[in-house]
Design a protein around this ligand. Structure first.
Ligand code: FE
Ligand code: FE
Ligand code: ZN
Length: 278
């Protein structure tokens, strides 16, 4: 069975997201753990969160994926920004562990802002070692990045280095974003096999827990992070059909972050479900 969903807004409440997902034949979804551009966490409405947890259970959802805010930068050159990032992740994980313990939590490793990639990697490891707890339920995922500016995590080697530096590696994995890896220079169109082999060597395919399914407006190796609708960009429809059916990927949850409203997501999900070989 294909596990697929899209990014949904929590603006109308927690349980509402599950209802929206059901309405477009999604069996999972992604949401921002808090306002994506700010850092303020809306006080979680407990009754609403419990209603969401009940819906996820009763309707047999695949566990949802929470996305950290884009402002979180674990490897900023500014120590006060690194502290903000650490506290945000700590609060988000506490909330998820309490209400949605099966959820996964994805974050962007961040931008080293001129300190160099190696320093950036060390700072991300240091934050994770302060935040990750051996007994936490939620799995934290590093997202593969396009490599815009001084972004850390555009290569599998960098993500592998972060994974091997943390004390609790069993609580940490990777979320592969198809637009980002393509923009970073990984040719998933003509050499998906080779890209997955490289991922397996540098990270380990067993560490891959989720896929962000996005086409790319920009070309291979462009290092530009511009999402397109599935089949409407440089990656193209047929590459996505191979991707969702690949033996190493087909069991994973796929999340659309394409430029769409709910009906557009519903259409994409319908087409992808029809292309999935049961
Ligand atoms: Fe992301
Ligand atoms: Fe993404
Ligand atoms: Zn992106």
């Amino acid at each position: 069975m294909l596990h697929i969903g899209c990014h949904l807004s929590i603006a109308k409440g927690w349980a509402r997201m599950a209802e929206e997902a059901l309405g477009i034949a999604a069996d999972t979804f992604q949401f921002f753990s808090r306002n994506p551009r700010g850092s303020k966490q809306k006080a979680p409405n407990e009754a609403d969160l419990e209603a969401l947890a009940a819906l996820l259970r009763d309707k047999h959802f695949f566990p949802p994926l929470a996305h950290a805010p884009y402002t979180m930068n674990a490897c900023s050159a500014k120590p006060e920004l690194r502290d903000v990032a650490r506290d945000m992740m700590r609060d988000d994980l506490a909330m998820l562990n309490r209400f949605l313990p099966d959820a996964r939590y994805v974050f962007h490793p961040g931008s080293h802002t001129g300190q160099g990639v190696d320093k950036g990697i060390q700072l991300v490891i240091s934050m994770l070692n302060q935040v990750l707890q051996r007994d936490q339920d939620v799995t934290v995922l590093l997202e593969t990045m396009a490599g815009q500016g001084s972004e850390v995590g555009a290569s599998f080697a960098e993500l592998g280095a972060i994974l091997s530096g943390v004390h609790v590696p069993e609580r940490l994995g990777v979320c592969l974003d198809t637009c980002h890896v393509y923009a970073a220079g990984y040719d998933i169109v003509t050499d998906l096999e080779g890209v997955l082999r490289d991922f397996d060597q540098k990270i380990g395919l067993d560490r891959l827990h989720a896929v962000h399914l996005n086409d790319s407006m920009q070309g291979l190796g462009s290092h530009k992070d511009r999402h397109a609708v599935i089949g409407g960009g440089m990656i193209g429809w047929s590459a996505f059909v191979e991707l969702i059916n690949h033996p190493a990927l087909r069991h994973l949850p796929f999340y659309l972050e394409t430029p769409n409203e709910l009906p557009g997501y519903g259409e994409e999900i319908g087409r992808l479900r029809a292309a999935y070989r049961e």
